[in-house]
Design a protein around this ligand. Structure first.
Ligand SMILES: CC(C)(COP(=O)(O)OP(=O)(O)OC[C@H]1O[C@@H](n2cnc3c(N)ncnc32)[C@H](O)[C@@H]1OP(=O)(O)O)[C@@H](O)C(=O)NCCC(=O)NCCS
Length: 198
């Protein structure tokens, strides 16, 4: 939300798009790194698009390499427009095994929503929690946002666990808030605000 008259922007315009998208180190030799166009030549996005959980919960589909490439180009365009910033979760020097990023970035209002998915073969090893923690530290401490929301369907307990373990406080339930393929879902709203304990 745009700050009222006389209130300066929380983060000045231009800061998210300035310079190259950073690489953020994760434990265990992993990192959050920008999506590369050659990621479209691997199976990562295609596998994600065919995974029933990712396509259901993240409303995510990718049907071809051309579509994967177009999607990666759109991610970079959104960072240039300062409305989003999305990273691949990957072993250093390796192919993507997941995604973590910020949607609905509002620099002036100081807010964004955090999103993530992990490919089936990489689940259960703490990747989503590590990525959400690292990304929220960067977004709040380095980029300078004030509040990060994290929303998930009440029928997705794994995502609720990720939110809790990554330090996103549960704030309430939004009734019938997101339309999935099987109808409207209630959403849990979690958030981290600047100054929350790690
Ligand atoms: C949700 C998701 C991102 C978790 O990724 P991950 O790397 O396996 O997550 P982590 O290993 O960091 O942590 C998962 C936690 O959820 C728990 N969990 C997994 N399935 C669960 C379930 N059905 N019910 C409750 N908790 C569950 C795990 O036990 C773990 O908690 P623990 O460490 O205390 O044991 C991944 O399963 C996924 O991509 N799912 C499909 C898409 C999706 O749900 N995206 C989020 C949309 S909001």
């Amino acid at each position: 939300m745009t700050p009222g008259p006389g209130i300066p922007p929380v983060v000045p315009a231009g800061r998210l798009a300035a310079g190259p998208q950073p690489v953020l180190e994760l434990p265990g030799g992993l990192e959050l790194r920008p999506w590369r166009l050659d990621d479209a030549d691997t199976d990562a996005l295609h596998t994600a698009g065919r995974d029933t959980a990712i396509s259901h919960w993240n409303l995510f589909t990718v049907d071809s390499r051309a579509e994967a490439r177009a999607r990666i180009e759109r991610l970079h365009a959104r960072r240039r427009a300062e409305t989003g910033a999305v990273w691949a979760i990957a072993p250093r020097g390796g192919g993507a095994v997941g995604l973590a990023g910020l949607n609905d970035v509002d620099l002036a209002g100081g807010t964004a929503e955090i999103v993530y998915w992990v490919l089936p073969a990489a689940r259960g090893g703490g990747l989503a929690v590590a990525a959400a923690r690292r990304l929220s530290r960067w977004a709040l401490a380095d980029l300078g946002l004030h509040r990060l929301a994290l929303c998930h369907s009440t029928a997705n307990p794994a995502s609720c666990r990720v939110a809790e373990k990554a330090g996103f406080t549960f704030e309430g339930t939004q009734r019938s808030a997101l339309l999935h393929t099987n109808g409207w879902h209630d959403l849990h709203l979690h958030a981290r605000v600047s100054g929350d304990p790690e």
